[in-house]
Structures are given as C-alpha cells and as structure tokens.
Design a protein around this ligand. Structure first.
Ligand SMILES: *[C@@H]1O[C@H](CO)[C@@H](O)[C@H](O)[C@H]1NC(C)=O
Ligand SMILES: *[C@@H]1O[C@H](CO)[C@@H](O)[C@H](O)[C@H]1NC(C)=O
Length: 405
C-alpha cells in the first residue's frame, strides 16, 4: 500500500506514540538535517499563484519521478528486486531541467555519505542502486549532478547554517532510498502472480492494474526495450522539502514506452535479496522456544521487535514461544503478545492470539492470521520506534524473522 510517505523528523515523531524527545538529539547525532518546512501546505505543481519560498516548495521541478530499472542484460542487482535509477524533478509540464549547478557536482559520494553518518544508506545503495557496468560511484555522481542539483528545496541556501558541504546531497540520497523502499515493484507484481519468465508475456493493462492496486490506486509508467520490461517511473508531487517532506503519489501523467501486449518480463540471473544479503539468520529448523524477532525489509535486516512488540533498531527483546509451527503463542517480559485490530502488542492486559511460522528460504517467518506481511508507518532509527501492524495496512512493508536465542 503506497500511502503518503512522510520523510521528516517531524513526521516520524508524530507517527509514533512511543517516540520520545530524545529522537531529535539522536537524529542530529546521525547528522540528519531538518528543513524546518511545513508538510501540510500546497503540493508542488498544485499552486495557483507564485510561491516565493522555494526552499519549502519544489519548483520548477515539482513533478517528481522515482525511477527504477529491471536490468537483465547484464543482470543488475538482486534477482527479486528492481533497482534504483534515481529521483528526477521534472517540471509540471513534463519538460525538465538538468545539471543545474556544476559547482555542486560532488565526487566521492561513498565518502560523503560515510562522513555524514549515512553508511546505512550507502550499504543499501551498494545493493539496490547499482550501475549496469559496475560503475556505481559515477552513476550516483551523475544522478545527483544531473537531477539532484536542480531541486530548489536542496539548494545550499536552504540548509541549516553550519551544514557541512554536501549535506544536501546526503539528504537527496537518503530520500531516494526511503522513497524506493516504499515502492517494492517486484513484490507488488509477484503478489499478483506476475513474475519474471523466459516464456510468458504480459499485457500492459495486466501489469499496470496489478501495480495500481498494490500501490493504493496509482498508475506508474512502464518502459520497455524491444518488448522487454526495463524501467518504471513512479510519480509524486511534494509537500515541503525533499529533505523531509511528504511525497504524495499521483498517476503517471504520460504512458511509458511499453507496447499494449506481448511484454516480456525477463529473468534476472543472480541471487535473491533474501539469500544474497547479510540477512541469513541460520538454517530454519524447528520452532525455537526462545527467540528474538528481526525485521527483514527489501532484503535487509532492519532491527526487530522490542518487548512491547514495537519495531526498533535498539536491543531486541527475547520472546518465549509455546506451541508448534502451525499454531503458537508468544510472551515477552512485558506479558502476553497478541494481534488486536491489526496491531501487534505485548503487555499485561493483552490477550494471547495464535501465530504460525512459515519457512522462507533459510528463514522462519512469523505469520499472524496466515499472513507473513507486517507494516508500520515509518522505519525506526535511534530511539524512534513504530507500532507493528499485521497485514499491508501501512507504508513500510517487512517480514519478521524468528531467530533462536
Ligand atoms: C507556482 O509557483 C512557482 C514558483 O513560484 C511559479 O513559477 C509558478 O508560476 C506558480 N504556478 C502558478 C500556476 O501560479
Ligand atoms: C487495518 O487498519 C484498521 C484500522 O487501523 C484495522 O481496523 C484493520 O484491522 C487493519 N487491517 C488489517 C488487515 O490489519
């Protein structure tokens, strides 16, 4: 489900009833920057009069495309994920500017990200934002210089004073990664039974209907290279700044280059995300009686569950499991665990509900009501934690891996 994606500190704090005032300190510790812009005003391309503060209103490039590749010749990235192309600020009339500020065409993106506390973003990029010829650094430099430097809300004059050189490029890469994580094209197609194949062909309407339904009603543009599905563009308008604003999904204003039928979705060689990444958690044996529960999102482990059943990147809780794989209950130090109205929680007043365990590759996944899909309103970091919902109600999708402890 593609909901409005809130990228900011304010958004994160507001989304979680459990967050504390330490968040801000913690995020500044990680050197994330804040724009100070409101995210409730007019969306880009929707103004009827001229807007003057272009630090908080993306213009002229208010039509934002998160572009992704499905590269199979040669295969690029995990076999079960599309890869990032970039985030492009097109003008509202579909024209676009490029390479707007050569003085900020930074080189050494890896070092820039590492030096600014964004090595998690870098690690994700090394797997999912990969160049077809392996020249990742040049690809990232090119995307930033050509598209990122055209974003009005990422001008250096918009940054908090004292921001280090390149801080706005760090924010660009962090935003692109967050947006991409909210757009799991491969999973959305595969959930509709549309998987890569050496023989099958698909119609454009089948592909777009599946993606429209999974994204909550938004049609992307699909591009083909001689009938082979090769790229997708998801479109947005932006409320606030690209640093921490809200990306509001919209329908693609124009169709892509795919024909209406006979579309091939070629197989990619290489490993799937779940086995290629440092996410393997050991053989999925029988159900343990004591376990930690880790979250697996787009092939990366991102924290797991605390004793209240919330999603966090802090030290994980140990859960006690009673029963067998097809039906068991869980308790934590806080009490019984259960899913009520979609919300997972543990505590003294919580009624036990039954869970099951599903083997997926080398992982044992937690399931509630038969579904291994869990979602939250944001991705935890520092002391910010998020309530966990069973099913695909929320914007951040992940699975929960049961790891014996
Ligand atoms: C919206 O604001 C931008 C930036 O000020 C301006 O260039 C554009 O003309 C405005 N659009 C309308 C319809 O007034
Ligand atoms: C979705 O959320 C609503 C309200 O937040 C809740 O009542 C419902 O049970 C949830 N659905 C699932 C499948 O969890």
């Amino acid at each position: 489900m593609l909901a409005l994606l809130v990228l900011g500190l304010a958004g994160y704090a507001a989304a979680s009833p459990y967050s504390s005032s330490i968040d801000t300190l913690n995020l500044f510790g990680a050197r994330a920057i804040s724009s100070g812009c409101s995210t409730t005003g007019t969306a880009s391309c929707h103004n009827t009069t001229a807007v003057s503060n272009l630090c908080c209103f993306e213009a002229p490039g208010g039509l934002l495309l998160q572009t992704q590749f499905w590269d199979t010749a040669p295969s690029t990235g995990p076999s079960d994920s599309w890869t990032i192309h970039g985030l492009w600020p097109d003008n509202c009339d579909l024209t676009f500017d490029s390479s707007c500020d050569p003085s900020r065409a930074y080189t050494g993106i890896s070092s820039l990200l590492t030096a600014n506390g964004a090595s998690d973003t870098l690690a994700f990029m090394q797997k999912f934002w990969v160049d077809i010829n392996g020249a990742n650094e040049q690809f990232w430099e090119h995307e930033w210089a050509k598209h990122g430097t055209c974003m009005s809300t990422l001008k250096t004059s918009c940054l908090p004073s004292g921001s280090p050189r390149g801080a706005e490029a760090v924010a660009y890469f962090q935003t692109v990664v967050k947006l991409f994580k909210s757009l799991p094209t491969y999973t959305w197609l595969s959930n509709a039974g549309i998987t890569p194949s050496s023989s099958k062909t698909y119609t454009l309407s089948t592909l777009t209907a599946a993606l429209k339904s999974a994204s909550g009603g938004f049609t992307p543009a699909l591009d083909c290279t001689s009938s082979n599905l090769n790229a997708i563009s998801w479109y947005f308008n932006l409320k606030g700044s690209a640093i921490d604003g809200v990306f509001a999904p919209i329908n693609a204003p124009a169709a892509g280059s795919c024909p209406s039928s006979g579309i091939k979705y070629p197989l990619k060689s290489g490993s799937p995300t779940t086995t290629a990444s440092p996410t393997t958690t050991g053989p999925a044996g029988s159900l343990p009686t004591r376990a930690t529960i880790k979250a697996l999102q787009s092939g990366s482990l991102v924290g797991g569950l605390l004793s209240l059943g919330t999603w966090s990147t802090q030290t994980l809780a140990t859960y006690t499991i009673s029963g067998g794989s097809s039906s068991f209950t869980m308790t934590s130090s806080k009490g019984n665990c259960g899913v009520t109205s979609g919300l997972l929680s543990c505590g003294s007043g919580v009624s036990l509900t039954s869970f099951s365990a599903v083997t997926s590759g080398s992982n044992l996944l937690l399931a509630s009501g038969g579904s291994t899909s869990f979602t939250s309103d944001g991705i935890p970091s520092g002391t910010t934690v998020f309530p966990v919902f069973s099913g695909s109600n929320r914007s951040q999708d992940y699975t929960l891996v049961i790891v014996a402890s």
